[in-house]
Every structure is written in C-alpha cells, then in structure tokens.
Design a binder for this molecule. Structure first.
Ligand SMILES: O=C[C@H](O)COP(=O)(O)O
Length: 241
C-alpha cells in the first residue's frame, strides 16, 4: 500500500535556535496526523542532532538532505549513512535538482547515494524533474525517464520514495497544475517495478494548493521547500483536507 509522506526540505535555512523555535510553533498548530501519513523534516546537518532530541517520542521523522555513498573516508564536506543513522535520521533526500545543478551530482552518483541510504535502512527520497527548457521542447517525459533509468540501476524499490519536482516550479511560486503533476507522476509510476512506491510532488507547494494536490489519485505526498520554514504554513500543509 502506498504511504502518504509530506516532507519539509529546509535547504540551507535555520540555526539550531531557529529550528527549536519552529518546532514549538509547529507542534502547537499540528492536528492529530493519520496513521498512514509520515511527516518528515529534512533539516541542515547542523540541526539534525538538536532536532533528533526534540523529536524523540513524536511522530515526526527526521530527514537529511544528502548522504555519501561511502561509510567513511576522505570526503571533505560529506556525511555518511552511519553518521545519520546514529542520530535517528530516517529519510535522506537524494539527487535534488539543486545538488545536480550546483554540486555536480550525476545519475551515477545519485545511484550510489541511493544504494548507501538503503544499505543503512534509510528511506531515500529521489528527486527527478525537468527544466523549463525541457518542458517547452516537449522533452519532459524523455528527461525524467532517462533520470529514472540511470538513478534506479539495481535499486530495491521496496524502500524508496520519489519526488517529482519540475525545476521551473521550485521556489518560483509557479506551481505545476495539479492535474499535470498527477499525469507525470502516473507516467513515473508506469516505469517502476513496484507500484507501491510513494511519489510526491514538489515545487511551490503552499497552504492554498496542498488540498488540490493531495486530492490527485497518483500523488502520495509533497516535498515542500519555502512553505516548510514557517510553522503555521507547514502545519496547514500537513493538516491537508
Ligand atoms: O525540496 C523542495 C523543493 O525544492 C521545492 O521548493 P519550494 O517549495 O520552495 O518550491
């Protein structure tokens, strides 16, 4: 059965003090979440530990924004599976378009990072999506299929989440129409071996569009950037109707 997963991706925002302040407000605003919904906060590495302590015993799960393919080694600036697992992390975003664009992530390194996450029992959230140029050129499907082909080589699809994030909708306020996101996510699902993989939509998800997004039959959740930074807006998203 497909699980619903709403994850906040804080990107490079919030100090430890700001993270704790967020949590106080967020917990107050949050309704009782249903059993089939995972709420996840993917926070910067520096706030993982304090968040892990604060979230102990709560139903909110912790996520990292990246993971290295090796368990240890001379990889300055990277973080490994054992380091994340030790402090209670459960999810790891892999292959976000910002990692692909600014930090040279390729389908091959994404594939290696996915394998590392699974090896350590973490659930990877694999991000795929097209640029505006690719969409305008009618290359959306071909691009996403090519990403999936490279990223998913020898990946166990039993412990995997995919996020469809059209790059042109990230941080722009320009949301992909819910029906269109539903269509692309259906196409992504048609390429998977396991039909029960949860597939999220990401890209300018806000309190005022989450209900329509979550009403789509193919969409199992959301990966939320900007709107996950404010307690009241992220709580409204998690409390979707
Ligand atoms: O990981 C989250 C996405 O990049 C979406 O970001 P956004 O909600 O600010 O558009």
């Amino acid at each position: 059965m497909r699980k619903k997963i709403i994850a906040g991706n804080w990107k490079m925002f919030k100090t430890q003090a700001e993270a704790q302040e967020f949590l106080q407000g967020f917990m107050t605003e949050l309704d009782e979440t249903p059993d089939d919904l995972d709420t996840v906060l993917c926070v910067p590495f520096t706030t993982l530990w304090v968040m892990s302590k604060s979230l102990h015993g709560s139903r909110i799960k912790l996520g990292a924004q990246n993971i290295h393919w090796e368990d240890s080694g001379a990889y300055t600036g990277e973080i490994s599976g054992p380091m994340l697992v030790e402090i209670g992390v459960r999810y790891a975003i892999v292959g976000h378009s910002e990692r692909r664009e600014y930090f040279g992530e390729t389908d091959e390194t994404v594939n290696r990072r996915l394998k590392a996450a699974q090896r350590h029992g973490l659930t990877p959230i694999l991000c795929v999506g097209e640029t505006k140029q690719q969409r305008d050129a009618g290359e959306t499907e071909a691009h996403i299929f090519s990403q999936l082909e490279g990223d998913l080589v020898d990946i166990d699809q039993k412990n995997l989440v995919i996020a469809y994030e059209p790059i042109w909708a990230i941080g722009t306020g320009e949301t992909c129409e819910a029906e269109e996101a539903n269509r692309v996510i259906g196409l992504i699902r048609s390429k998977l071996k396991n039909p029960d993989v949860s597939i999220q939509y990401g890209g300018s998800v806000k309190p005022d569009n989450i209900d329509e997004i979550m009403a789509q039959p193919e969409i199992d959740g959301a990966l939320v950037g900007g709107a996950s930074l404010k307690p009241e807006s992220f709580a409204r998203i998690v409390n979707y109707q």
